[in-house]
Write a protein that binds this ligand. Structure first.
Ligand SMILES: [Zn+2]
Length: 154
């Protein structure tokens, strides 16, 4: 899915990495004649590309970025106490990732904003919620679960 560039840093090999709003990084190498990104070589060029959308396949795969810290969690819900907001399409804010932890039973997790995929969450399979991606959950029999929120922090 498309994510805007929010900043840059250099990796250990001295190559420029674009930081995306989701928390993932993506190399923006200039390697003529195969990779032409002359803009990545200057501060002005990089600044001019802030906000440009890049395709983030790690978001498509629902891979949580490294270096996030949990900062909040919901109360524990059961099949009869799932808030209406979680059962309708909703999304977290930019940069905020969620982890759905099923304690017992199972829960259906619909990722409507990505490709409509449906995942069955169990205590062995946690659900990863990518920032700004519409999703909802539905009970499938008895279940107990909570959601934990992660961000880059201060
Ligand atoms: Zn991403």
């Amino acid at each position: 899915m498309q994510r805007p560039i929010t900043g840059y840093h250099k990796d250990d090999a001295d190559d420029w990495v674009a930081e995306l709003s989701c928390g993932h990084g993506q190399h923006v190498r200039h390697r003529p004649p195969f990779l032409l990104r002359p803009w990545s070589l200057t501060a002005e060029g990089r600044d001019s590309m802030l906000g440009t959308q890049l395709d983030c396949v790690r978001c498509d795969r629902l891979e949580m970025p490294d270096g996030l810290t949990p900062y909040k969690r919901t109360p524990e819900f059961e099949e009869g106490t799932i808030p209406g907001g979680l059962r309708k399409n909703h999304a977290t804010k930019a940069g905020v990732w969620g982890v759905i932890h099923v304690i017992s039973g199972q829960l259906r997790y619909h990722v409507d904003g990505l490709d409509g995929r449906e995942l069955l969450l169990t205590p062995e399979t946690r659900g990863i919620v990518a920032p700004e991606v519409l999703h909802h959950v539905a009970p499938d029999g008895p279940v107990r679960f909570f959601v934990e929120f992660h961000s880059r922090g201060a």
